[in-house]
Every structure is written in structure tokens, then in C-alpha cells.
Design a protein around this ligand. Sequence first.
Ligand code: ADP
Ligand code: MG
Length: 254
Amino acid sequence: MSIIAVFNQKGGVGKTTTALNLLAAIGQRKQRPLGIDLDPQCHLSHIFGVQPKAADESVYSFFVRQRPLDEVAQVTASGVILCPAHLELAKLDTLLGKGVNVVTRLRQALRAPGATPGPVVIDCCPLLNVLSLNAIFAADLLLVPVSADFLSLQGAEQVERALNALEPVFKQRLPRRYVLTRYDMRRRMSGAVVERMAQILRPDEICVTRIRENVKLAESPSVGLDIFRHAPGSRGARDYAELYEELLGAGLLQ
Ligand code: ADP
Ligand code: MG
């Protein structure tokens, strides 16, 4: 069972889109995946139509009062199991701090014997806070979307620095893959981003699959659907299916 954290300290790079469609791709071919929304903005929960009114019905209660994850998990219409977020998650840093026991809480829960049968995909918020640290500590793989624009490259460099700073704690290089999103070959900027990524990142840590700019991908959250249900014949569906196959083929998705 793989635990994948979709992480980037930059917002708007395609984290939620990637988490949503990776969950959907896994759900179509494998046992039920578990999605965990760790963004107080609750975008992923919103797309899945799961919006708990009380913080206690979200992952907030897992962190604050150690409520088991399966008590807040919900089976969504598409069959994905989701632990939803809540706005109150924004208060966790103040409430909990960043002690070792706190940042390893998710890891302990997800890695407990019999915790969850399927792969786990965690949608992170654009900050290196207690929530993201929990995701990083729990993950077998960090999947880092980088959108094809200049500021996003700075985000990727920031991610490298943050992960490298954490490495002494892990005593190993954290497994990671960068995936280019919103790629448009007609735009010169996209080509420049590809070149620069190859300079600043390790080539074997950049996904071969590129997620192209696709209007269907932008549209699908507004109708509460993943790309395979919204537009199965679209480029977006093809690209996310390819990303799934690439991760599977590399042994990063079990
Ligand atoms: P993040 O979670 O990193 O903030 P999102 O996944 O919410 O980013 O994406 C930001 C915006 O870009 C959203 O409106 C989303 O629909 C859109 N988007 C993401 N990927 C693509 C893509 N490949 N093509 C077109 N629009 C995209
Ligand atoms: Mg998001």
C-alpha cells in the first residue's frame, strides 16, 4: 500500500487536480483508494461533495483528539474513500506545535497494521505547516506538481530546499517525483520551464508524463467530477491515466 503526498508550497500548481485524478485513476483499476484532504481550503472535499459542517467530522478531530481516521472517512459517489478537511485545520499549528509526536501522527495511523487496504493520496496545502509535515512524514512518495510558469519553478526550488533540510531527520533522500502540469507546447514559457527543471532537479525525479493544459481539467471540479467521469476522451484523462501508469510501472504505486 503506497502513501503518496501531493505537495508543493506554491498554490495553484495543480495539487488538488492531481490528487483528485490520481485517486480516480486508482479507483478505476485497483482496490478502493483513500484520499485525505489536508488543506483548510477544503477544495478536494468540496469536489467530492463532502463538506462536514462540524470540524469534528473532519480530519481535524483526528489531529486534535486522536479520533480514528475511519470514523471521519466517507465513501464518495465515485467510490473513493475520503477523509475531508475543514476550515478549522488552519488553527492546527497554533494548537499542536511541531513536535515529533505531532508530525508523525498521520504516519503512525496509516502505517498501523491493517490500517487501510488501498493506496493513499494526500492533498496538501500550500504551506510547510504541521499538516504538510504530517503528510511528508507519512508518505512513501512526494508527488510535486510544477505548473508551466516561471513562479512555479521558484516553488520547485523551494520544495527541494525544504525536503533537503528534512533529510537528516529521515537519514535518506525522500522519494519524490516532479510532474509538470498545465503544459502547453505552443507557449515558449512551457519549453523554458522544461529546460530549467532539467537543470535544477534530478532527471530521474522528473515524471516523463506531462499534464497538458486542458479546459476539461479546469472544468471538471465545478461539476464535482474527476476527469475520467467528466470527459473520458479528453487529453486531461489521457494524461492522468498515463501518470498513473508511469507511477505504477516505476513501482511507486502499490
Ligand atoms: P492547487 O491545488 O495546487 O492550488 P489546483 O489543482 O486547484 O491547484 O489548480 C489550480 C487551478 O488550475 C484550478 O482552477 C484547476 O482547475 C486549474 N488546472 C489545474 N491543472 C490544469 C490543467 N492541466 N489544465 C487546465 N487547468 C488546470
Ligand atoms: Mg489545492
